[in-house]
Ligand binder design. Structure first.
Ligand SMILES: C[S@@+](CC[C@H](N)C(=O)[O-])C[C@H]1O[C@@H](n2cnc3c(N)ncnc32)[C@H](O)[C@@H]1O
Length: 400
């Protein structure tokens, strides 16, 4: 097996910048000289180094607004899978969305892969609420072609996903309910030949490899398989290692969380490692945020950051930065505020506790629209000291 030039290990990444590691792997991938590899390379390159194109950006905005609605929903939903004797289990739509749906960057990766590769047929294992499904289906809509069958075991989640896809007018998707063990085979037969598949459910070594074996005979001459959570457990790490070593899988991209396999007999066997996209992206935005923080804020001011739990972002912003929202001991709360009232109450408690500034990285700008009363509260009771395309900073102290 040939190995791509770059290794994404933490040690290598610390010696060279994450950007350089990613760049070397991209160069290797482009050098394969194959249109499908080019398409995967362009999808990753676009996310790391260039602005999203307007149509994609518009779709991402629409899907992220849907996500924000879902994340704040307290509607109860049954999540039990239909195994014989399985006990009924409930959660809320908000909780499920926060825990299970792929984040924006990974959604955009799927979107860009589908945009560039333009599959006629695609399959998804694990619809959940339909967030990743929407990113893929939106790309098909922009492509003007493509059919996607998405499989989900929990009937109530499948219903939610259908409702969400209808809301977004994404009608190229069919969501089928039932265990993959029962629904995969008929879906493969109905699609006939598969160009693209995203496997994001039943993250178990044996199951993952079994689904791979079932899908392979149906794959088109050139196909892309995307596996989620490749490092989620020892079993998943083993499954990913087996997939990479499999002679039928020719080119792989290891993006730390997601693994991409490109199949096609005529391709050379090559593996490429990347640092996690979210880390590289954060590393790119953070210098701008840090510059803004240093330019505007006193050294070591107590700062709150709308961080979505990213500790690295805190470290890079300031020595006294804390998550917003947070638990009593300052750890990330684990979810966004339920509504504006929650956000306001929480902010006021932290302001009384000494917080002096609130920083919004650009990835959290959607808060201003979604929590509109919270935004008004900030406008009335704090001072906007910085606003550009990378971040917004509010002074909380002495500004009431
Ligand atoms: C991680 S979630 C999918 C998230 C979704 N792809 C997204 O990013 O928006 C995995 C889903 O697979 C479903 N699932 C897990 N094992 C399954 C099985 N054996 N058969 C059918 N569905 C299954 C779960 O109910 C869950 O909703």
């Amino acid at each position: 097996m040939t190995t791509g030039q770059a290794s994404g290990t933490a040690t290598t990444a610390s010696r060279r910048s994450l950007r350089e590691v990613a760049f070397d792997s991209l160069k290797g991938l482009f050098a394969v000289g194959d249109v499908t590899c080019d398409c995967a390379a362009r999808a990753v390159h676009g996310l790391l180094f260039s602005e999203p194109v307007p149509a994609e950006y518009a779709w991402a905005g629409t899907i992220e607004r849907l996500r924000a609605d879902l994340e704040s929903s307290s509607e109860a939903v049954s999540i039990a899978l239909p195994y014989a004797g399985a006990k009924e289990r409930f959660s809320t739509v908000g909780e499920i969305c926060r825990r299970r749906s792929k984040g924006r960057i990974w959604g955009l990766l799927l979107h860009r892969l589908v945009r560039g590769f333009a599959p006629s047929t695609a399959l998804e294992l694990g619809t959940c609420l339909g967030v990743s499904t929407s990113y893929q289906a939106a790309a098909m809509k922009l492509n003007g072609r493509g059919r996607l069958i998405s499989l989900e075991g929990a009937a109530a989640l499948a219903d939610q996903a259908r409702k969400n896809l209808r809301k977004l007018c994404l009608d190229c998707v069919e969501v089928r309910t039932g265990l993959f063990q029962h629904t995969l085979e008929p879906a493969l037969r109905d699609l006939g030949s598969i160009d693209f598949a995203f496997i994001d459910g039943h993250h178990d070594e044996e199951a993952t490899l079994a689904y791979f074996e079932m899908v392979v005979p149906f794959l088109a001459h050139r196909a892309i398989l995307v596996f989620d959570d490749i490092a989620w457990s020892d079993g998943m790490r083993r499954a990913w290692a087996r997939l990479r070593a499999d002679p039928r899988v020719r080119v792989t991209l290891d993006l730390s969380i997601i693994g991409i396999c490109i199949l096609g007999r005529d391709l050379p066997k090559q593996d490429f490692d990347f640092p996690s996209l979210s880390r590289v992206q954060a590393a790119q935005v953070v210098p701008h945020i840090r510059r803004a923080v240093r330019g505007r804020l006193p050294v070591d001011a107590p700062v709150l950051v709308v961080s979505r739990g990213d500790d690295e972002l805190l470290e890079l912003v300031s020595r006294r930065a804390q998550h917003f929202p947070q638990t009593n001991d300052g750890a990330y709360a684990g979810h966004h505020p339920g509504d504006s009232r929650d956000a306001i109450d929480h902010l006021e408690r932290l302001r009384e506790g000494g917080a002096e500034y609130l920083v919004f990285p650009s990835t959290a700008f959607w808060w201003f629209e979604f929590y509109s009363d919270f935004r008004r509260h900030l406008e009335l009771h704090s001072l906007s000291v910085h606003q550009d395309e990378d971040c917004a900073i509010f002074q909380l102290s002495g500004a009431r």
